[in-house]
Design a protein around this ligand. Structure first.
Ligand code: 0X9
Ligand code: ZN
Length: 450
């Protein structure tokens, strides 16, 4: 796309987005009792489609939830909450101007400096990129590092876009099917920091490898790293072109004018249970059935094939934003939500969290399911951890990775999904450290087991 076309496109984004969110606000509501939390859970399930929950409701009293409230709901909700003695702060008093400011800053930067160069040697990791630019980056990073990167086409999205990824395997790798890791970014369209971070830490790990950094040499020579920077590509393109705050896929729904399914409620492990919605208009709509979304089906199909070929997945991470938390399974249940591998999962999460803290002093909390968050059935990490069914016929069969997490990146709510570009670099730096900590953990575990 030419710079001029992109400018026209961006100007229209600013215009459309502003119009759509006129008068919308984001409220930070802080429950102080179990009754408050239950009321919020009820509110989410009942008024799904016009209240957009920007963050998960926490189980811990005192931990806030951010909700985007349209003007028509504000006074009623205010009254209800005052009866309940439930306090809130207005975090964003005019979503439409926050979206335009965010997009204008990106537009201005692109106007001054031109669209970012797509040549890999001066690729700018510290700005947000369009779908086309991310595609070009995947092509280029694979071409530039063909000794250790192998591309794969995961599949096509509903609208026909390619979903691409690559495998990293070091030149010293000796096994046919070494243990493996799965990283996916961008399942939720508006969480732009996710693909940006996945691309950024990938380049840094490759730089480490080229500099003969022993840890990363061990990571790449002993483990296969499968990476898909942007999974929900239709949603992502839509956030650039029409609605910066779009979350779901772009698949139309039968008997509804509402579009899209929540990709993170569409996985075939305990699909359709608590924390999901049967209403197509909801932002947590679980889809017409498990794997109704081709994007999710493509991942499950790809990974089941790898497993059937004899590759064992040790780790699965779905990169999201925001709130700075690391969540381990289970999310589908409110009881017995700590898995048999809870201690090991927490030990790895603790080393990620402390590696992150050491870089820029950011706090990432961690915990399993209900300890840190409210249930969400049919989510990616439950499938990532769930027992593998070799035939792939049992719809409950998961990947069987001992370590499976949802990681929510920056920030804690000052900007939320509208994270400014100047926070991309520090996020990449701290998550690069976290991935090295993960690698260290896995390499040590492999060494001691065999
Ligand atoms: O709701 C989600 O899918 C994730 N949060 S986000 O704001 N990025 O949409 C959280 C998924 C895991 N959540 C729970 N354990 N509840
Ligand atoms: Zn998300």
């Amino acid at each position: 796309m030419t710079t001029r076309c992109l400018l026209v496109l961006l100007i229209s984004v600013v215009y459309f987005a502003s119009a759509k969110y006129e008068g919308y606000q984001v409220w930070r509501i802080t429950p102080t009792s179990n009754g408050h939390s239950e009321w919020l859970v009820d509110l989410q399930s009942k008024s799904g489609y016009d209240l957009d929950f920007w963050t998960d409701i926490s189980r811990i009293p005192g931990h806030p939830v951010d909700i985007m409230v349209p003007p028509r709901r504000q006074s009623h909700l205010r009254q209800l909450m005052s009866h309940l003695d439930l306090n809130f702060d207005v975090m964003m008093d005019d979503v439409s101007s926050s979206v335009s400011n965010h997009m204008s800053a990106i537009l201005k930067r692109r106007e001054e400096k031109g669209a970012p160069s797509t040549a890999l040697n001066d690729f700018n990791y510290y700005v947000y990129h369009t779908y086309d630019e991310i595609q070009q980056w995947v092509t280029d990073i694979v071409a530039e590092n063909s000794d250790i990167l192998t591309p794969f086409l995961l599949g096509h999205s509903y609208e026909g876009r390619e979903i691409n990824g690559f495998k990293i395997r070091g030149t010293g790798s000796t096994e046919e099917n070494p243990p493996a890791v799965w990283f996916e970014g961008g399942i939720h369209a508006r969480e732009w920091i996710s693909p940006a971070t996945v691309m950024g830490f990938t380049q840094k790990l490759i730089d480490d490898y080229r500099a003969n950094d022993q840890l990363v040499v061990d990571m790449f020579d002993n483990i296969d790293w499968y990476i898909v920077p942007s999974l929900n590509v239709d949603g992502y393109a839509f956030t650039w072109e029409e609605d910066r705050l779009w979350r779901k896929t772009r698949t139309p729904n039968e008997r509804s004018s509402c579009i899209g399914t929540d990709g993170n409620r569409n996985w075939p492990y305990e699909w359709g249970g608590v924390g999901t919605s049967p209403w197509a208009c909801s932002d947590i709509y679980h889809g017409s059935n498990a794997l109704s979304e081709v994007e999710i089906w493509a991942v499950v199909n790809f990974l089941r094939e790898k497993k059937a070929q004899g590759q064992d997945f040790k780790l699965f991470i779905d990169w999201h934003s925001y709130t700075q938390i690391i969540i381990a399974p289970w999310s589908y249940t409110e009881t017995n939500y700590r898995t048999d591998d809870y201690d090991a999962q927490m030990a790895m999460a603790a080393s990620m969290s402390s590696a992150i803290f050491d870089v820029h002093g950011m706090t990432y909390r961690y915990g399993a399911g209900n300890d840190i968050s409210y249930p969400a059935a049919g989510s990616s990490k439950d499938w990532g951890y769930g027992d593998f069914d070799p035939l792939g016929e049992d719809t409950d069969g998961g990947l069987g990775a001992r370590y499976a997490y949802t990681v929510e990146l920056r920030d804690t709510g000052d900007y939320g999904f509208l994270l400014p570009e100047d926070q991309i670099q520090p996020t990449i730096e701290e998550i690069h450290a976290a991935v090295r900590a993960i690698g260290n953990h896995l390499v040590n575990e492999l060494g001691s087991s065999g």
